[in-house]
Design a binder for this molecule. Structure first.
Ligand code: HEM
Length: 412
């Protein structure tokens, strides 16, 4: 980390390629920084990010202000209807609604439901790897890390396999909106079309499982009850879109970024082949070292002073796990990738009340997927010197991961 001045362009080629240098410099020189270009605060130290995740004055509701400021005069447009669905996502809720929704959704999306998926995920991973070319260079994002989580969450929800591709396309449309990219106008329109088609598709599926319940998440969400309370129909639809979406690109990026870290540290890759029990700490290190959640957004519900900086009500804030997870005040040699590292919990799944509800599924999927690749191929080499990363604010993910593969003797 140098003391060179930091530009305000968080999406410059250099900042997208190496957010750790970009945000790391801020963490060391201006840990509570106002970015003039995007008009938002950036919090980069571990202690500040962790405290903000727990502090209700940092509101999660960044949707209602948008609806009030930008959409109140056009309530019937596709975009307004899309934002009304997003407003029902529990990730965007504050107390008391957040607690109520989270409790109900947790009743459906249980660790047991996740455990039951392990064998299926192993099989799906294996089928995807079967379909890759036998030898040569393949893009492990397109052929593997990208389709796997989509198939898994679609299957958990109860989407018939024949509809999977539809489902995936809609999720990509919504992703363009939620993760923030360059082309604001186009992405809003695309997201609105995707979200409304998805919502209407899900409504039919929910009707179906209401009359004929099955062993899947939609049926469990329809059934979920607590203290005389149930999810409304709109909330079930919104929660399905959230789970579909939350379970998707983030997990692709855990698999992609984790594989990349191992390819760049072949000694640790070899270690995991012989000591697969070390996947448990290794997954945490994938999430700390190069996790999918680069930043997480909040809006100030009240004025707050941190150090000499005065954050005012209504100000937008990014909490930046990509910087906090490499804070030298918390981790020794933070820029070193070490799958046997011990230390405080990383902030890659957030912290506190909004801690990722899908964390058990993500950890399991990441482990199963990366393990399947290591088991299947004994020669694995990164086949490019130039990595390309998605130019988005909140998420950290590869556009492609070209790898030269050599199949292990005796495997198909
Ligand atoms: C490696 C993969 C994943 C990462 C890095 C990740 C990261 C996160 C983060 C940072 C948050 C907090 C957002 C905030 O506070 O504004 C979150 C919340 C959430 N995640 Fe994940 N996630 C992953 C996978 C999943 C999966 C697989 C699912 C479900 C299928 C999921 C469902 C959720 C839900 C429902 C919430 C909202 C929780 C709440 O607001 O109380 N996530 N995730």
């Amino acid at each position: 980390v140098t003391n060179a001045p930091v530009t305000d362009d968080m999406l410059s080629a250099a900042a997208v390629r190496d957010p750790y240098a970009y945000f790391g410099r801020l963490r060391e020189t201006a840990p509570v920084h106002f970015n003039e270009r995007y008009r938002m605060w950036l919090l980069t130290r571990y202690a500040d990010v962790e405290a903000a995740f727990r502090d209700p004055r940092f509101s999660s509701d960044r949707i209602t202000p948008f609806i009030e400021q930008r959409l109140s005069d056009q309530p019937e447009t596709g975009l307004a209807r899309t934002f009304n669905i997003l407003a029902d996502w529990l990730v965007f809720k504050d107390p008391p609604d957040h607690g109520r929704l989270r409790k109900l959704v947790s009743r459906a999306f249980t660790p047991r439901a996740v455990e039951q998926m392990q064998e299926r995920i192993e099989l799906i991973a294996s089928q995807l790897l079967d379909a890759l070319p036998t030898d040569g260079t393949v893009d492990l994002i397109r052929g593997f890390a990208y389709p796997l989580p989509a198939i898994v969450i679609a299957e958990m929800l109860g989407v018939p396999p024949s509809d999977r591709d539809l489902f995936k396309g809609w999720s990509d449309d919504i992703s363009a909106l939620v993760f923030g990219g360059l082309d604001e106008v186009g992405r809003h329109d695309r997201a609105a079309v995707g979200m409304l088609e998805l919502a209407s598709y899900l409504t039919e599926l929910i009707d179906h499982y209401e009359t004929e319940p099955a062993d899947n998440l939609i049926s469990a969400l329809v059934r979920a009850e607590g203290e005389g309370d149930k999810l409304s129909r709109d909330e079930v639809v919104a929660t399905c879109t959230l789970l579909l979406f939350g379970g998707h690109e983030t997990t692709t990026n855990l698999i992609g970024n984790g594989l990349l870290a191992l390819l760049q540290h072949p000694d640790q890759l070899d270690h995991l082949r012989v000591e697969p029990q070390d996947f448990r700490p290794a997954v945490e290190e994938f999430l700390r070292f190069d996790g999918p959640a680069k930043a997480v957004a909040r809006v100030m519900a009240e004025d707050v002073v941190i150090g000499e900086q005065h954050l005012r009500r209504g100000d937008r804030v990014y909490l930046v796990p990509a910087a906090a997870n490499r804070d030298p005040r918390v981790y020794d040699d933070p820029d070193v990738f070490d799958i046997r590292r011990e230390g405080p919990q990383h902030l890659g799944f957030a912290f506190g009340p909004h801690y990722c509800l899908g964390a058990p599924l993500a950890r399991m999927e990441g482990t199963v997927a990366i393990r399947a690749v290591l088991d299947r191929f004994d020669g694995l080499e990164l086949a490019t010197d130039e990595l390309s990363w998605h130019p988005v604010m909140l998420n950290r993910g590869l556009m492609e991961l070209p790898v030269a593969l050599r199949r292990r003797e005796g495997t198909l």
